[in-house]
Design a protein around this ligand. Sequence first.
Ligand code: SF4
Ligand code: FES
Length: 222
Amino acid sequence: MTEIVLTIDGKEVKARAGMTVLQAAQQEGIYIPTLCHHEKLEAFGGCRLCMVEVEARGWTSYVVSCVYPVAKDIVVRTRSEKVDKIRKVLVEELMAHAPDSPELIRMAEEYGADRDRFERSASFCIVCGLCVRYCNEVKQKNAVGFIDNGARREISFIPEVARKECWDCQECFAICPTSYAQAAYLLTEALAFPGQRKEAVKVKKAPKPKRVIPIMPAPVTT
Ligand code: SF4
Ligand code: FES
């Protein structure tokens, strides 16, 4: 096992080759915000909220930490003026879809984001892909997938599969940051197979990703 030493927020961190910067930070209890990350799923790199500042060989760049591999001697800063600005705009964009998402409200407070900065979108799916990937990778049912592209991209349940598979599962409801997965399922049920419900739909206990307890260092000003 090759051990890689890097620095995160001034702390020397030892990581295994192949780990991502996010994993290396999390194992040290260093908080990096995430929305589309789930420990049981392949990295997706969709929300970009986990972006961090990386300094390597004198160059500074901004990378998506959930897909960026650790490398020897890199210096990672999880907060800086620029990182905070990027996260603020990302949260504002996401809040155009889901202004009432508790996770987004918490991040908006953290980064001073304005929930009304961008025009409201009709869909409150933020396209994090958690429901789609969880159904595919963990449950291997493929009852939900992406539809459309660009600004119209969102998820949709496949009625023929959902009718058979979703009754006893519904695990994606609890991992969805915006409640859209549950709303989309209920709409599918109402339109495609009404009256076939075995029991009342209720959100099951979430197989939640393990979250690192937030330790919020003060923003670094440069
Ligand atoms: S429905 Fe929820 S979990 Fe699924 S992609 Fe949209 S926001 Fe993410
Ligand atoms: S958590 Fe890394 S891009 Fe979403």
